[in-house]
Design a protein around this ligand. Structure first.
Ligand code: ADP
Length: 161
């Protein structure tokens, strides 16, 4: 069984993430969306909220599960017998960091490949930070995040501003 892991903070999940996740689910038998907390960023949504948002917008993907882990990605991938870690690439600015992480993970866990999936052109500019910034300033984010989670995101970002 070919298992892919799509790791990220997903703070919150956007159409950009969802696009990568859906395309990965078509290529692999099983996809695990792995929610972790990036040590460099303090999240806006709790881990439980981020997981619940992902579950809400991926309920139609039968071969997908959502999990959390804050340890080493290489250890997690090995423990699940994963074939690949799948990452989305937007612009060259993503590349240097992702390239470094891929080489590090290959060293730590040689049996797992990192695969890069190119962004869809219309989501190239999209990130969780853009969603939070635009929403907190009163902008329309309905083109950025799925309708099922839109009210929760707007409510939260209004509360914090
Ligand atoms: P992190 O905070 O760990 O960088 P993110 O939640 O921001 O995690 O992103 C998780 C993954 O999704 C990364 O591989 C990132 O490149 C990818 N990603 C995020 N937004 C997009 C997008 N608009 N198009 C393609 N990939 C994306």
């Amino acid at each position: 069984m070919k298992i892919a892991i799509c790791p990220g903070s997903f703070d919150p999940i956007t159409f950009g993430h969802l696009d990568i996740i859906r395309r990965t689910a078509k290529l692999f038998d099983q996809v695990i969306v792995l929610v972790s907390t990036n040590q460099k960023k303090s999240p806006c949504f709790t881990r439980e909220e981020r997981v619940e948002f992902i579950r809400r917008v991926t309920g139609d993907i039968p071969n997908l599960t959502v999990d959390t882990d804050d340890g080493l990605l290489a250890d997690y991938a090995r423990s699940k017998g994963a074939t690949a870690i799948v990452k989305g690439l937007r612009a060259m600015s993503d590349f240097e960091y992702e390239f470094q992480m891929a080489l590090t993970n290959k060293k730590l866990c040689p049996e797992v490949e990192t695969i890069f999936v190119n962004t869809t052109a219309e989501y190239m500019y999209l990130s969780s930070s853009v969603v939070k910034q635009v929403c907190s300033l009163g902008g329309d984010i309905s083109e950025f995040v799925p309708a099922e989670i839109l009210p929760d995101i707007i409510n939260r970002l209004k509360q914090t501003n």
